[in-house]
Design a protein around this ligand. Structure first.
Ligand code: UD1
Length: 351
C-alpha cells in the first residue's frame, strides 16, 4: 500500500507524526508539505522534534488570501499527486492545506482519509469550519477523535461505514514526548505563570478587539506573570498597532517540547487555539479559551476548558477562580491514550 500524507501548517505536524510512525513498517509513504507555514520556528523545528521524515516535496505556497493560498496549493499539488498515484491520501485537521489537498484528490478520484474528522464549531465565520465541512463531505475515510465527531458526521449524511472513531492523534504526540518535556530545563521562566497564545483572526485582526483583550490580560499580569509566545500573525498586528505589551513576557513561537514543558507547569493556559484546549485537558491544566464556541466540546464537558469569548471580565474572574484553587477538575476523554495512530494504521491495513 502507498499512503501519501499532506501537511502544511503547524497544527498538522503533531497529528501526522504518529500516523507516519504507525505506518513505518510495510507501507510505502510519501510526505508532501504545502509550505503554508514556512518559518523555521513554525515548521522545521517541529519536524525534527517530532522525528518526522523530511518532506518528499515542498510546494512552497507561502502566505496569501484564503483564495490565493488554497488555489496555489491545488495548482501545485495536482501534478505531484498525479505522479505519485497513491492508494490513499491522508489529510489532517482543518487548515487551508487540508481542504485544498482534499479537493484535488477527490477530483482525481483518489481515496481520501481525514484525520480529526467531524469536529464542528457551527461557526462559519471561522475559516477552519468551512475547511472541515468541505473536507468531511469529500473524504472516504473519516477518523474521528471523539463521539461528538461521529454524531456531527451522521447528521450531515455521511454513511456510518465511512466513520472510524480512533481517538486523538495529537495526544499520541503528547504522550510520546511528555517524558522529554518533563526533563526540559525551564531556565529563565517565572515560577508561577499563565501561558498565553492568541492568533485567531477574530481576536487579533480587529485592533479594538485586540486592545480589549490585551487590557484584561495586563490587569491579570499585575498579579501573575504571563508568558506569551507570539504567532507571526499576532506579532504583525501588535507591531502595527503599537499597543503596549511591556508587562507580558513576549517570546518567539516555541518548539513543541518547550511549549509542552511550559503548558504542564502553567497555573492556567489562556488561549484561542484549538489543539491547546485538548492538550490542557489531557494534562489537567486549567484552560480559559478566548472564543465563544469550540469545535472540541468534550474539552468543556469532560476536560478543564472554559469558554469566555471576548469577555474581559469573564476572563479575569475565571483566572481568579483558578488561582483560588476553584478551577475545573477534568478527566481525560476516552481513546485519548497515545494509540490513535496505531488504530488508523489497522484500519488502513484492511483497505
Ligand atoms: C493557520 C490555520 C489555523 C491554525 C494556525 C496555526 C488556516 C485557515 N488557518 O492560521 O487554523 O490554527 O495556522 O498556526 O489554515 N506567517 C509567517 N510565517 C509562517 C506562517 C505564517 O510569518 O511560517 C504569517 C504570514 O504573514 C501569514 C500569517 O502569518 O499571512 C497567517 O498565516 P496563515 O497560514 O494564513 O494562517 P494562520 O493564522 O497561521
Amino acid at each position: 500500500m502507498h499512503v501519501l500524507h499532506v501537511v502544511g501548517a503547524r497544527p498538522n505536524f503533531m497529528k501526522a507524526a504518529p500516523v507516519i510512525r504507525a505506518l513505518e513498517h510495510g507501507v510505502r509513504q510519501t510526505l508532501i508539505h504545502t509550505g503554508q507555514h514556512y518559518d523555521a520556528s513554525m515548521s522545521d523545528v517541529f519536524f525534527s522534534q517530532l522525528g518526522m521524515p523530511t518532506p518528499d516535496v515542498n510546494l512552497e505556497v507561502g502566505s496569501g488570501s484564503h483564495a490565493k493560498q488554497t488555489a496555489d496549493i491545488m495548482d501545485r499539488f495536482e501534478p505531484v499527486l498525479r505522479d505519485a498515484c497513491p492508494d490513499v491520501v491522508l489529510v489532517y485537521g482543518d487548515v487551508n492545506s487540508t481542504m485544498a489537498a482534499t479537493l484535488v484528490a477527490a477530483k482525481l478520484l483518489m481515496r481520501v482519509g481525514h484525520v480529526e474528522a467531524g469536529l464542528r464549531s457551527f461557526d462559519r465565520m471561522m475559516p477552519e469550519e468551512v475547511n472541515r465541512v468541505v473536507t468531511d463531505q469529500l473524504a472516504d475515510l473519516l477518523f474521528t477523535p471523539s463521539e461528538d465527531g461521529d454524531r456531527n458526521l451522521c447528521r450531515e449524511g455521511i454513511p456510518i461505514e465511512r466513520i472510524h472513531r480512533v481517538g486523538n492523534v495529537m495526544i499520541d504526540s503528547l504522550v510520546r514526548l511528555l517524558p522529554v518535556a518533563q526533563q526540559h530545563k525551564m531556565n529563565g521562566y517565572p515560577q508561577r505563570y499563565a501561558l498565553l497564545t492568541l492568533h485567531r483572526p477574530s481576536n487579533v485582526d480587529d485592533p479594538s478587539k485586540l486592545r480589549g483583550i490585551l487590557e484584561s490580560l495586563l490587569e491579570i499580569a499585575a498579579d501573575l506573570d504571563i508568558v506569551f509566545p507570539v504567532h507571526p500573525r499576532t506579532r504583525q498586528r501588535l507591531d502595527v498597532s503599537g499597543m503596549k505589551t511591556a508587562h507580558l513576557h513576549l517570546l518567539e513561537p516555541l518548539p513543541y517540547v518547550e511549549f509542552l514543558a511550559l503548558q504542564r507547569r502553567a497555573l492556567v493556559v489562556i488561549t484561542d487555539s484549538g489543539g491547546i484546549q485538548e492538550e490542557t485537558t489531557y494534562l489537567k491544566v486549567p484552560c480559559v479559551t478566548l472564543r465563544a464556541n469550540t469545535e472540541r466540546p468534550i474539552t468543556v464537558t469532560l476536560g478543564t476548558n472554559v469558554l469566555v469569548g471576548q469577555d474581559g471580565s469573564a476572563l479575569k474572574s475565571e483566572v481568579r477562580k483558578i488561582l483560588d484553587g476553584k478551577g475545573k477538575q477534568g478527566s481525560i476523554p476516552p481513546l485519548w491514550d497515545g494509540n490513535a495512530g496505531a488504530r488508523i494504521a489497522q484500519i488502513l491495513a484492511k483497505e
